[in-house]
Design a protein around this ligand. Structure first.
Ligand code: MN
Length: 227
């Protein structure tokens, strides 16, 4: 028995050494976000797309930069500059994909289970005039991002809320980002996030995103960013 558990422990250690980054579970079931986001989209988005970013990242890191393998994903994103040049684009795309989706899942909750609250609600009203005015600015960023990318609400270097968007799997904590800051709210506007249900109607998907946004979690991210 002892031998067996030692063997299992070694196996776990060995696989951990080769797979630094792993796919997190969803905070709710695949169907928890209907009708805003359908179950099939959640399945494919989480199990296939996000898993692929994780697999690609693990592979490229293990083969080319095992010495960086202990870096947490957030630190890796912030320090893209120290990633060897030959794999930097791959780490930017796949590491970005991993970081962004981890964040995105935590910002989802069942329809209308949360509402704006706490310090974040206050700060949004102060910065944008009203929750509705903020939503309009965020929707514009999400719908006008050409091609694939993300829209964000961030806390910038001056501790101010800002709406911005990034292309592909870039994010505002990367040194390459045009506008930098700590994410508070994020929406994935890649077609894989909405195409099965919405086809070309990205604006409808973005509108319905408000019904499943986890405002309580966003408030937590805001408080961390303001520290
Ligand atoms: Mn995605």
């Amino acid at each position: 028995m002892k031998k067996l558990s030692l063997f299992v422990a070694c196996l776990l250690l060995a696989s951990a050494a080769h797979a630094q980054y792993s796919l997190p579970g969803l905070p709710f079931g695949y169907a928890a976000f209907e009708p805003a986001i359908d179950s099939m989209t959640m399945h494919i988005h989480h199990d296939v797309h996000h898993q692929a970013y994780v697999n690609n990242l693990n592979k490229v890191m293990a083969e080319n930069a095992p010495e960086l393998g202990t870096m947490k994903i957030q630190a890796l994103m912030r320090n893209l500059n120290i990633v060897p040049e030959n794999i930097r684009t791959s780490v930017r795309n796949n590491g970005g994909g991993h970081y962004n989706h981890c964040l995105f899942w935590t910002l989802m909750s069942p329809p209308n289970s949360t509402k704006p609250s706490g310090a974040l609600e206050k700060a949004i009203i102060e910065e944008f005039g009203s929750i509705d005015a903020f939503k309009a600015a965020f929707e514009t960023a999400a719908t006008t991002r050409f091609g694939s990318g993300w829209a964000w609400l961030i806390v910038d270097g001056n501790k101010k809320l800002k709406v911005c968007s990034t292309p592909n799997q870039d994010n505002p904590i990367m040194p390459v980002a045009e506008i930098q800051g700590m994410p508070v709210i994020a929406i994935d506007v890649w077609e894989h996030a909405y195409y099965l249900k919405y086809q070309a109607k990205r604006a409808d998907y973005v509108k319905n995103f408000w019904t499943i946004l986890n405002w309580d979690q966003a408030n937590k991210y805001y408080e961390v960013a303001m520290k």
